[in-house]
Write a protein that binds this ligand. Structure first.
Ligand code: 2AM
Length: 400
């Protein structure tokens, strides 16, 4: 009966805790209800659940289970509670119908870490409105699709006397569509994101004390005032939620993104936690980023068609070499540049054209690759806890 967010894989990583069997009493499985590691990370993260499906598909029972699983940090906002019918009367507008529910949702965002919205969510307009609310408060969105087994609307209508098959059929086509996000990725838990930000700032502070760096970097930085150059001010454009992109989809416009979004591995991994290994920090005149080295299981989520890394070049890099977290960008630069800078650095590191100057730093060995490109390979890698999901809000800001 339920699709999309299901946890059936034999776990992709463990945080010391043993992966639990992922079965709910009805035989359905959800990492956020059953998987110990995911539950721990959920407690450190802000998540916004959008339960989606026809009336009677089981949304309310899942919503109830989420709230029971996370007492005191979660809240449910339900359309039923406010007597909102999924099919409006002709005289009704969405804004008046949803007024009370939306007031409740807005009040809960920020107040509670986990907000669960129980409604059919069968119109794109409504979803976009909720995606925006979640984005404003930096919540990670989990869409949970609940679909009737074999599309059996007759049984659903029989068990749910408020609706006829015809009415269900009006809502069904939209609910059959997969919602393709702007991008899929691993979103860092709040404390771990803070840890990464602190590490990045410490890195900037320390490297700025090194004369070799200052002299080399400032030459290439895109700044009119080289004398008063300030490294931290230069990198002040920062993403509000740190993440490691797996697949950029542009809401479906990117080739092959539908097959990625519909793949079993993605379906099995949505809303599940993963621990990523950060092995290096790097800086260029354009971006500041963290290199992420994926383990075998995490690589399964890396798009197969992505690399092509180095094709046409002399230096070939392994699959998923681009995986990274954007920490900040220079003025006028977009986050997408960070991955390109990382690939460029890795290729330069591999090429034997010239010896690279090295600087010893507190967290590791820092290497200059010319043209303002520096990478610090960490002596001790940093582990960051993340949740896998999509970013769905319609992009407005240029900082992402
Ligand atoms: P990032 O992964 O380097 O941070 C939204 O713009 C997110 O999708 C950003 O985080 C960005 O980069 C990533 N992104 C944007 N355009 C992209 C593209 N063409 N290819 C891959 N990732 C992209």
């Amino acid at each position: 009966m339920w699709r999309r967010i299901v946890c059936s894989i034999g776990n992709l990583f463990k945080m010391g805790a043993k992966a639990s069997k992922c079965k709910s009493p009805e035989g359905r499985s959800f990492p956020f209800l059953e998987d110990k590691s995911t539950i721990e990370v959920m407690k450190e993260t802000r998540t916004f659940f959008i339960l989606r499906g026809l009336p009677g598909s089981g949304k309310s029972s899942v919503a109830k289970k989420i709230v029971e699983r996370y007492p005191s940090i979660s809240v449910m906002a339900s359309a039923d509670h406010w007597k909102i019918s999924p099919l409006p009367k002709e005289s009704e507008t969405d804004s008046s119908r949803y007024d009370k529910l939306d007031q409740q949702i807005k009040q809960c965002l920020g107040d509670k870490q986990i907000v669960v919205v129980d409604d059919t969510h069968h119109t794109r307009e409504r979803l976009d409105y909720l995606f925006d609310l979640a984005k404003e408060k930096d919540y990670i969105v989990f869409i949970v699709d609940l679909r009737p087994a074999n599309n059996d609307l007759d049984s659903l209508a029989k068990s749910n006397r408020n609706y006829t098959v015809q009415q269900l059929k009006l809502m069904e086509p939209e609910l059959q569509k997969n919602i393709i996000p702007y991008y899929f990725g691993w979103f860092l838990a709040r404390q771990d994101a803070e840890k990464m930000r602190t590490n990045a700032m410490d890195f900037l502070d320390e490297i700025w004390k090194n004369e070799t760096f200052v002299e080399e970097f400032v030459k290439y930085a895109k700044s009119d005032s080289k004398e008063n150059f300030n490294l931290k001010e230069y990198f002040q454009k920062k993403p509000s939620v740190l993440h490691c992109t797996t697949k950029f989809c542009d809401y479906g416009a990117v080739p092959n993104c539908e097959s990625y979004a519909g793949s079993k591995i993605v379906g099995d991994s949505l809303s599940r936690c993963f621990v990523l290994k950060v092995s290096a920090l790097f800086i260029t005149p354009r971006t500041l980023g963290a290199r992420v080295e994926l383990d075998e299981d995490q690589q399964l989520l890396w798009p197969k068609d992505e690399e092509a890394v180095g094709s046409g070049d002399q230096v070939n890099l392994p699959h998923s070499s681009r995986s990274h977290i954007t920490l900040a960008c220079a003025p006028g630069e977009h986050a997408v540049q960070t991955g390109l800078d990382l690939l460029d650095i890795l290729k330069a590191e591999k090429s034997e054209a010239q010896p690279h100057p090295q600087v010893r730093m507190e967290q590791g060995q820092c290497c200059c690759l010319g043209e303002g490109r520096w990478i610090m390979n960490l002596s001790n890698s940093i582990k960051v806890k993340t949740l896998f999901s999509g970013f769905y809000a319609i992009k407005k800001s240029t900082a992402e």
